[in-house]
Design a binder for this molecule. Structure first.
Ligand code: NAP
Length: 478
């Protein structure tokens, strides 16, 4: 990279000391150019200065472009372009036209395109490819667009350490990579400039992996809410003329939340079981899963975390049961009527077992649920070995499904045998919520059968039923 000696060298000596640990300051401070004195240009300039670079700005108004980081200098675009071998284009794509006239000055230089768009697919080609088309003689590298001006100014943090880059020139990418590393970022090469569109879409993504789980959560919540509303509230009003609509706020909500939570927890583990059966059926692990299964597998963490959120709601709603007006009223009314009628109810050991087991399963299930949630936090999972992580997420995960499912079976007990539970011929809500987890548990138990488990292990170790060389079929169990 060429260094222009005509540009002021007033960089504070102490600023060089701010280089990230582990990197040594360059013996000669390299000069970099930034086009655009806006938010990103200024933050980037500040960060470059702190890491020992010299910075010169190319601006439309070099004499009145507002406060710039101390030690930098603003010039017109032409002079600035000629002063450095690497130029950051911190200007919106819509304003790139002026660059065309600078083609001779920018020839052979590395142009770093940091731009983003307001929407996906706004233009037929990516901003970086457009820039390359405007200045074919320059080496355009797409980089830094996934960082905000704020994060550049504050330095890399754990969540914001990566700089994705792409470009057609290996040397140009190396230069940008070196500089990003010096700024304390981890550079990740995403290939040629044709990948720029993908990088430009990164900052526009809005929780992409949460969309499907959130849709499932909203769909299930709406379904259970209306289903239980009709069965509990509307049915009682129509058939018995009683208005129990007040139950919507707590009783009904506390039936919806555990139902959604249990189904979503099961949905988190179901794709793994389906994938295992698919591998057994195909006799190989080397064939791709269908897209829907791939997508489902990729959002298991989100499904689990939303399920945990619903479980928390269930716990909070359950804790307030004893202080509810309705519950206190029912308990005191029943006590008073027993006293009046001189009646005592007999202690029911079966009921005591059922209630205690029900609560115990619920508490154990919730405890493990929380453990699963905690171990999915990056800071925790990073501290675990792969074996520890998969023990918690898989073994303890299935145990959680089992406890929570058993908790729900205990809640229903023998209610499913009573015809009056089937109001208007509909099964109770808890029974519906048991379908997916019960199917999951049965399928998982099938996979645990020694002969099935052995076959699956062999397939996962690379065994294939059809010989890839001669196409002959082999027996799985030998
Ligand atoms: P900004 O604050 O609006 O600054 C843009 C700069 O471009 C202006 O300060 C101006 O500098 C220059 N400019 C404006 N109109 C121009 C024209 N017609 N011809 C030539 N230069 C012109 O924008 P920004 O937030 O710094 O963003 C700059 C680029 O970085 C954008 O492409 C954006 O997508 C990208 N980006 C921004 C962020 C962020 O956090 N801000 C994060 C990632 C990527 P002069 O007046 O000095 O010429």
């Amino acid at each position: 990279m060429s260094v222009d000696s005509s540009v002021s060298k007033e960089v504070k000596p102490e600023s060089v000391l701010l280089c990230p640990l582990g990197t040594t300051a360059a013996p000669e401070q390299k000069l970099l150019c930034i086009f655009g004195t806006g938010d990103l240009g200024r933050s980037l300039g500040q960060r470059l200065l702190q890491c020992g670079y010299r910075v010169v700005y190319g601006s439309r108004r070099p004499n009145s472009c507002g406060p710039l980081p101390r030690g930098t200098k603003a010039m017109n675009h032409e002079a600035a372009a000629m002063s450095a071998a690497l130029v950051f284009v911190c200007v919106h794509r819509e304003n790139y036209d002026f660059l065309e006239a600078l083609a001779p000055q920018l020839k052979g230089k590395v142009l770093v395109d940091v731009s983003n768009n307001l929407k996906k697919n706004l233009y037929p080609e990516s901003n970086a490819e457009y820039l390359q088309r405007l200045i074919p003689g320059a080496h355009v590298v797409k980089a830094f667009n996934t960082l905000s001006a704020w994060s550049l100014q504050n330095g890399p943090s754990d969540a914001n350490r990566q700089v994705y880059l792409c470009g057609n020139s290996v040397q140009a990418k190396q230069a940008v990579e070196e500089m990003a590393t010096k700024l304390g970022f981890a550079a990740l090469d995403r290939g040629s400039l044709s990948a720029a569109g993908e990088l430009e879409d990164f900052p526009l993504q809005l929780f992409p992996e949460w969309r499907m789980p959130l849709r499932v959560a909203v769909g299930l919540t709406a379904f259970f809410f209306f289903y239980l509303l009709v069965r509990d509230v509307v049915y009682t009003y129509v058939e018995q003329g009683k208005d129990i609509s007040f139950r919507i706020m707590v009783s009904l909500a506390n039936k919806v939340f555990p139902s959604v939570s249990l189904i979503m927890l099961a949905l988190c583990y179901l794709p793994g079981v389906i994938a295992a059966f698919l591998q057994l059926y195909r006799g190989t692990k080397y064939r791709r899963f269908p897209d829907w299964l791939d997508r489902w597998m990729l959002c298991r963490k989100q499904l689990g975390l939303i399920a945990l959120g619903f479980a928390f709601l269930h716990v909070f709603y359950t804790l307030i049961i004893p202080i509810r007006y309705y519950v206190r009223f029912r308990i005191s009314a029943s006590t008073i009527s027993q006293i009046r009628e001189n009646r005592t109810s007999v202690f029911d050991t079966t009921m005591a077992w059922r209630a205690d087991s029900f609560y115990s399963m619920g508490i154990l299930g919730f405890g493990l649920y929380v453990l699963l949630g905690i171990s999915s936090l990056p800071s925790v999972s990073n501290a675990l070995s792969w074996r520890e992580f998969s023990f918690i997420q898989s073994k303890l995960g299935y145990l959680t499904v089992f406890f929570c499912t058993f908790h729900t079976y205990l809640y229903g007990w023998d209610k499913f045998l009573h015809p009056k539970s089937y109001k208007w011929f509909t099964p109770p809500g808890y029974l519906l919520s048991l379908v997916v987890p019960s199917v999951l548990i049965v399928l998982k138990l099938l996979l645990l059968l020694p002969c099935v488990d052995r076959s699956l292990t062999r397939i996962r170790q690379g065994w294939e039923r059809t010989d890839p060389e001669d196409g002959s079929e082999k027996a799985l169990l030998t």
